[in-house]
Design a binder for this molecule. Structure first.
Ligand code: SAH
Length: 233
């Protein structure tokens, strides 16, 4: 099976020019970026080996990773225009990132057991098969490597906040960004991680306040959440 939803990729490509507008359609990703970067930094050493950002989009997190670990970061996505924006912005920011238009599945054929740190943020809810994406991520990681995933829980609260609230009331996300049935319960994500022989180290809730534009971590996994997993040695 080809684990790509072309309509999803097109959606992100059409908004390519908006990736770095901190008040635009991707503002929430900008607002939560420092929190997820800190989450990664507190749990892995970015300078100890190659780093990959899977589904990097316009490079919001990728650039932050590359500022800490220059020359070590790869960003992959299938939205070509998003990648063009990412490349251009990296030049402006003077950071070095190896951006590639490829999927985790394809890259894992050549780069198995390669990456010390892997992030895959806000992407799982856009792919046809999370099992397959997680399995490819597991293959990309080095034994002992750290993997980070973030996504959205499938709860009525998440539907209310992230679909109705963000897309229809506050208009801070483009309408149609999220499909409720693609949201992922933590138990489902955990089952996929275990199936791919990854150890779950931690799961934390990410609470985002779109009015104050602040976010924090806690134990409430009912909307956005972030996961730290490790590939056993
Ligand atoms: N990870 C980034 C962007 C999240 S938006 C961030 O959090 O800042 C989701 C991204 O996943 C989009 O750029 C989209 O093009 C990408 N994506 C969706 N399906 C994909 C697939 N099968 N392979 C690679 N990238 C994919």
């Amino acid at each position: 099976m080809r684990n790509i939803n072309d309509a999803e990729i097109k959606k992100f490509d059409e908004l390519a020019h908006k990736w770095w507008d901190t008040d635009g359609e991707f503002r929430a990703l900008h607002d939560i970026n420092q929190l997820r970067l800190d989450f990664i930094l507190q749990r892995s050493n970015l300078t100890s080996g190659p780093v990959i950002d899977v589904g990097c989009g316009g490079g919001i997190l990728t650039e932050s990773l590359a500022k800490i670990s220059p020359t070590n970061v790869t960003g992959i996505d299938l939205a070509n225009r998003a990648l063009e924006v990412a490349k251009l912005h990296a030049r402006i920011s003077e950071v070095e990132v190896d951006y590639r238009a490829t999927s985790a599945e394809d890259l894992s054929i050549k780069y198995g057991d390669h990456f010390e740190t892997l992030s895959c943020m806000e992407m799982l809810e856009h792919v046809p098969s999370i099992e397959e994406t997680i399995d490819s991520c597991a293959r990309l990681a080095k034994p002992g490597g750290n993997l980070f995933f973030s996504t959205i829980n499938r709860t009525p609260k998440a539907y209310l906040y992230l679909v109705i609230g963000a897309e229809y009331v506050l208009n801070i996300l483009p309408r149609g960004t999220h499909a409720y049935d693609k949201f992922i319960k933590p138990s489902e994500l955990a089952a996929c991680l275990r199936k791919s022989r990854l150890e779950i180290v931690e799961m934390a809730g990410m609470q985002y306040d779109p009015f104050r534009r602040t976010c924090s971590l806690n134990s409430d996994l009912s909307t956005n959440y972030i996961v730290h997993a490790r590939k056993p040695v």
